[in-house]
Design a protein around this ligand. Structure first.
Ligand SMILES: Cc1ncc(COP(=O)(O)O)c(C=O)c1O
Length: 406
């Protein structure tokens, strides 16, 4: 079974907008197009249900039910319990709340392992805990390849380490880290695990229950949804860490790490992400439980992306004027391709505009990995990122454009 791309693109209103015709979108790692199911739910919420939710009158009851539906259905896809899923304004804000919880939970002198492969969102909030007496140990990437070696981590762990944080996949290196293997190494040493899945989830929402981390974070606005951060917090850790919400909400797991009132409309509209996965599953004859459908759709997306990605990696590897960051094999990475060169990356992105390519240049808040790999941060990287809705025609358009500007 291969992906029916016409069907896929019909689910995204952006592809039928006159203003976007001829424009090939390659900044998906910054934020994806939104699927129609999410937009429809958002419109319905704002027009029919925009009242305080969870009261008995009809509009309110429906609003509350739709918010619950979003958590229930996304949790089922991710193989976790409904109350283990919560929403926050963004992944960065979720991480800051978590860091605050760990600061209260940990004793001075205890340690957290961070990486220099992460986006700043899963790095800075933890590193700041040195101010609270927490030791920070940095698990470092290989400066040539950007690779994070699990064996190195194993040698960094001892009974002081309470938490290991790392990305499922970096937003510039692109390599998919073996989450389950790393999690078992950390768990065996008695540490909890927090995974930043922001750069991975858009390529197929994972089964977090099977993967095994205690915390898994991703951003709905990069996964065809509204501008929300989604957090999976497994029960044991969630009920162990100090409550960060109102004191009277402390018994409700999904309220413990969301101190702000949630954005009701966007939480409700996130159920559209589950609609999209269901629609994709039924169109491609993928049956079974929500988690099975999620896994089937994940595999379809990944397979399509891998076929499209390899020619871009081959092209980048063959060019002397650019350095491909991360692996050259599509199977081991996400289609988030960063290229370093002697030219300023923002200028390169600008040159791509006349070719109808929407891409960006800069450091993408990944200064630590780029710096560790010796990339000149004043020039940055040109980042070309796509998803399963990208077509072969758009890849060809990109390759022709790159040929002209590089
Ligand atoms: C890998 C990664 N982690 C975290 C973030 C931060 O996500 P948010 O914008 O939801 O705070 C980003 C955003 O670009 C990212 O790419």
């Amino acid at each position: 079974m291969t992906l029916d791309l016409d069907f896929v693109r019909a689910q995204f209103p952006a592809f039928s907008q006159a203003s976007l015709q001829g424009q090939a979108f390659f900044e998906n790692a910054g934020g994806s197009y939104t699927c129609g199911a999410v937009i429809d739910r958002l419109t319905r919420y704002y027009t029919q249900r925009k009242v305080q939710p969870y009261a008995p009158y009809n509009a309110s009851r429906l609003a509350g039910e739709e918010m619950d539906e979003a958590r229930t259905r996304l949790a089922a896809i991710m193989g976790v319990d409904t109350d283990e899923v919560s929403f926050g304004p963004s992944t960065t804000q979720n991480t800051y709340v978590l860091a605050q919880a760990f600061a209260e939970f940990m004793a001075p002198g205890e340690a957290i392992v961070v990486t220099n492969q992460d986006h700043e969102a899963n790095s800075g909030p933890w590193r700041r805990l040195t101010e609270r007496g927490i030791e920070i140990r940095e698990w470092q990437i290989d400066p040539e390849t950007g690779h994070l070696d699990p064996e190195t981590l194993a040698n960094m762990l001892d009974e002081q380490v309470r938490l290991v944080v790392f990305p499922h996949c970096s937003n510039v290196v692109g390599e998919i880290n073996p989450v389950t293997e790393i999690t078992s190494i950390a768990h065996a040493a008695g540490a909890f695990v927090c995974v930043d899945g922001v750069s991975y989830a858009p390529h197929g929402i994972p089964n977090v229950g099977e993967l095994g981390p205690d915390i898994y974070l991703f951003s709905a606005y990069k996964t065809y949804g509204p501008h929300q951060g989604i957090m999976v917090m497994r029960r044991v850790l969630g009920m162990t860490l100090p409550n960060q919400g109102h004191h009277f909400n402390g018994d409700t797991l999904y309220k413990r790490f969301t101190p702000a009132g949630p954005d009701h409309a966007q939480v409700a509209a996130s159920a559209g992400m589950a609609d999209y996965i269901d629609t994709m599953a039924s169109h491609h004859n993928i049956a079974g439980s929500a988690a099975e459908k999620g896994a089937g759709v994940h595999d379809l997306m990944r397979a399509h992306e891998e076929v499209l990605l390899q020619p871009l990696l081959d092209y980048a590897s063959s060019k002397n004027s650019v350095r491909l960051i991360g692996p050259a094999q599509a199977a081991s990475r996400a289609p988030t391709v960063a290229l370093a060169s002697q030219e300023n990356a923002e200028d390169l992105a600008e040159k791509l505009v006349k070719h109808g390519i929407m891409a960006g240049g800069g450091d993408f808040y990944a200064q630590r990995p780029l710096g560790a790999m010796g990339v000149d941060l004043s020039k940055g990287v040109l980042r070309l990122s796509f998803t399963h809705y990208t077509s072969k025609g758009e890849i060809d358009q990109l390759l022709n454009a790159l040929d002209d500007i590089l």
